[in-house]
Design a binder for this molecule. Structure first.
Ligand SMILES: Nc1nc2c(ncn2[C@@H]2O[C@H](COP(=O)(O)OP(=O)(O)OP(=O)(O)O)[C@@H](O)[C@H]2O)c(=O)[nH]1
Length: 237
């Protein structure tokens, strides 16, 4: 998989595409760790439980500049209206569970159905097409604490016809990249973007209240994304 590609100066970039992704799942499954790993390449061990956060990140994929807006949701109980609002906001979805937490796995199916229900719209190209969703089984490094087998994840993936990744955000940078990359590729395949379009939509009142974090990485002379030193280095907008 060729993602993300270093920026070469000779590449002429089309106008940016903006891709809104929502990371869903129960508390402590690793949603923030996954998002921050993708954006910064680093695994940062401890976070306070997340309130909603939108991360912005720019990556160059196959010569296209892609603006990611990633909504890292709170895993703690929310009312269903709030979750629905967030799901409606997104273009693509990562539904995360921890292989060490059976309850978090049981929640995946409910979230996937909710996403399909809310995005079943004639506006989507190919009415029968599902919105891009991936199921992510995180923390596979914790083999001794495992409560959900790989087979469980694969069976759910087959039943729901949704791609499945079992990953360790702690041990791998490539695996989180594959998760976000596959959502991008699927949105592209579905023709969700008009070529080179810069898609902006109205941000709902609820989303305006969500604190935003700017995480657009700059590119150094070696053509690699600069990482942030720590979570605190993000600059609030
Ligand atoms: N061993 C291991 N620990 C992980 C991994 N991913 C995340 N964690 C840890 O799991 C804990 C929870 O991670 P978070 O990213 O805060 O989880 P979250 O889903 O965002 O939690 P909420 O904000 O409460 O919704 C942290 O202590 C992380 O360091 C992983 O792949 N392996």
């Amino acid at each position: 998989m060729s993602f993300p590609r270093p920026l070469r100066r000779s590449v002429s970039l089309s106008p940016a595409r903006t891709l809104r992704l929502v990371v869903l799942g129960q508390s402590a499954v690793g949603k923030t760790a996954l998002t921050v790993r993708f954006i910064t390449r680093r695994f940062i061990g401890d976070y306070d439980p997340t309130l909603e956060m939108i991360y912005r990140h720019v990556a160059v994929i196959d010569g296209e500049m892609v603006h990611f807006e990633i909504l890292d949701t709170a895993g703690q109980e929310e009312d269903s209206l709030q979750i629905e609002e967030k799901i409606k906001w997104g273009d693509g979805f990562a539904v995360v569970y921890s292989v060490t937490d059976r309850c978090s796995f049981d929640e995946v199916m409910r979230l996937c159905f909710l996403i399909n229900h809310l995005h079943a719209s004639p506006k989507r190209s190919g009415a029968a097409e599902q919105p891009p969703v991936v199921i992510v089984g995180n923390k596979k490094d914790l083999q001794f604490d495992r409560m959900v087998s790989t087979e469980d994840g694969e069976n759910l993936s087959k039943a729901l016809k949704i791609p499945f990744y079992e990953i360790s955000t702690r041990d791998s940078y490539e695996e989180p990249v594959a998760v976000f990359s596959s959502l991008y590729q699927e949105l592209l395949r579905q023709g969700h973007f008009s070529p080179g379009s810069f898609k902006r939509r109205t941000v709902s009142k609820l989303m305006e209240k969500i604190p935003k974090m700017q995480a657009s990485s700059t590119l150094n002379s070696a053509g690699r994304s600069l990482s942030f030193n720590s979570f605190r280095d993000y600059i609030p907008e």
